[in-house]
Design a protein around this ligand. Structure first.
Ligand code: ADP
Ligand code: MG
Length: 248
């Protein structure tokens, strides 16, 4: 049984009546890092929101460990491209929001949130407000909020694309470090990216989407050894291969 199964998902925005997703199917195994890449406007964000249970597919279904995803779930967390932090709450309070729907004492919530902020190198910034932080640190808060509930599945929509390249690199490394611990959740990740290098650096599997109405063009397994050396011939060759599949 696949960890996450996306099964013949189609979607049309009612307002425009233009089909966006056309019969999308793929699966993500336990401990797999899967990236979705595709042209701008092809429906990557829409698809990720459908998997999160935030919007309903027009047809098709998604299964997490064999169970239908039919609405938001505490087993699934989301990281947004623009961070989506609440500016009137402190960083600690923003992270605690990730536990808002989990029944526990507030003191326990606070302890878990503080531990996660510490793990993501934000110690000392607990009581500051998000607007005082750099983009990279804001996304660390966004990531902390997503991870604090121990989700089985982590969804990330272009999480590094509003950061400069150096900051993005350091945050990618942090995410890969967090995921290395297989005893801890999340078990699997689905990330939307428009950056082929980033997808090759991070993923075990890359799903390449077409232009609208969007179908799955290719599914490519990336079995390069980790940590990945972006300068190596194998890495470059994989990037080139994905580029040509993307463009064909
Ligand atoms: P991507 O993330 O791949 O760039 P999106 O999922 O954001 O693509 O959007 C897919 C398509 O759906 C685009 O053509 C976009 O204009 C359209 N779209 C996105 N959101 C809405 C909406 N709320 N109502 C109508 N159309 C939308
Ligand atoms: Mg998008």
């Amino acid at each position: 049984m696949a960890f996450l199964k996306v099964d013949k998902v189609s979607f049309t925005y009612q307002k425009s009546n233009i089909p966006v997703l056309n019969n999308i199917s793929f699966s993500c195994e336990k401990f797999e890092f899967l990236s979705l890449i595709g042209p701008s406007g092809c429906g990557k964000s829409t698809l990720l929101r459908i998997i999160a249970g935030l919007i309903d597919a027009s047809s098709g279904k998604m299964l997490l460990k064999g169970k239908n995803i039919d609405g938001p779930s505490k087993n699934i967390s989301f990281v947004f491209q623009d961070f989506a932090l609440l500016p009137w709450l402190s960083n600690l309070e923003n992270v605690k929001l990730g536990l808002a729907y989990i029944d526990m004492d507030d003191s326990k919530r606070e302890k878990i949130a503080l531990d996660m902020l510490n793990k993501l190198e934000l110690t000392g910034f607990e009581d500051a407000y998000p607007n005082l932080l750099s983009g990279g640190m804001k996304q660390r808060v966004g990531l902390a909020r997503a991870l604090v509930s121990n989700p089985e599945l982590l969804l990330m929509d272009e999480p590094f694309s509003s950061l400069d390249e150096l900051t993005a690199n350091s945050l990618r490394a942090t995410v890969l470090e967090v995921l290395k611990d297989k005893k801890k959740l999340p078990e699997s990740v689905v990330m939307v990216s428009h950056n082929i290098e980033e997808a090759v650096e991070m993923s075990d599997k890359i799903v390449i989407l077409s232009n609208k109405p969007t179908i799955v063009k290719h599914i490519v397994k990336v079995d390069l050894k980790r940590p990945r050396d972006k300068g190596s011939r194998d890495f470059r060759r994989t990037v080139d291969r994905i580029y040509s599949l993307f463009a064909d």
